[in-house]
Design a protein around this ligand. Structure first.
Ligand code: ADP
Length: 163
């Protein structure tokens, strides 16, 4: 049986921290679905389509085992609909832990066949979060090296446009 994992997140936008998790997960699973999980009433910098396009753009194009999708529904239902049974999440600081712990427990309660697997962040990406990156970029700070160049260009375009 194929080992298929779903990596859900806002990816608003994708960062090098996310890419590190994805690259490492591809060594553990046969297939990986990067899922832009969105809430239609929540505001985001990038639209769902823009986020998916950026993920596709920066990830290895000829990697057949990687898929990009979006969903606003219940995560465990999505996971089962794709024939997967693993939710993949990344852990940075202790501050991530409490929220991630709660999410893993509620998802297991909702569907006992779905397990959440955590990968520790690569130490270079310990402080990298989409929110901090947006905040720094919006104030004109350089986030080069924390996001792929394509994301950097899109961030600059968004914030220059808003000025
Ligand atoms: P963020 O928390 O950066 O806004 P997401 O909601 O898109 O990002 O996060 C999706 C998943 O990726 C979560 O499990 C989150 O903890 C993880 N993640 C985000 N940034 C990093 C990072 N720098 N290193 C490891 N995991 C990360």
């Amino acid at each position: 049986m194929k080992k298929i994992a779903v990596y859900p997140g806002s990816f608003d936008p994708i960062t090098n921290g996310h890419i590190d998790i994805i690259t490492r997960a591809l060594r553990m699973f046969d297939e990986l679905i990067v899922l832009v999980a969105y809430n239609p009433v929540k505001t985001s910098l990038f639209t769902v389509e823009e986020r998916m396009a950026l993920i596709r753009d920066v990830l290895i194009r000829d990697e057949q085992r990687l898929h990009v999708d979006c969903s606003a529904g219940l995560l465990v239902d999505y996971v089962r609909s794709r024939g997967a049974n693993v939710i993949l999440r990344g852990l940075r600081a202790v501050s991530d832990f409490e929220y991630e712990f709660q999410m893993a427990l509620i998802n297991r309660r909702l569907n006992r066949d779905v397990e959440t697997v955590f990968l520790m962040t690569g130490y270079q990406w310990f402080y990298t979060s989409s929110n901090l990156i947006k905040e720094a970029a919006s104030l004109g700070g350089s986030v080069k090296g924390l996001v792929p160049d394509a994301v950097l260009a899109q961030l600059q375009a968004k914030y220059n446009h808003q000025k």
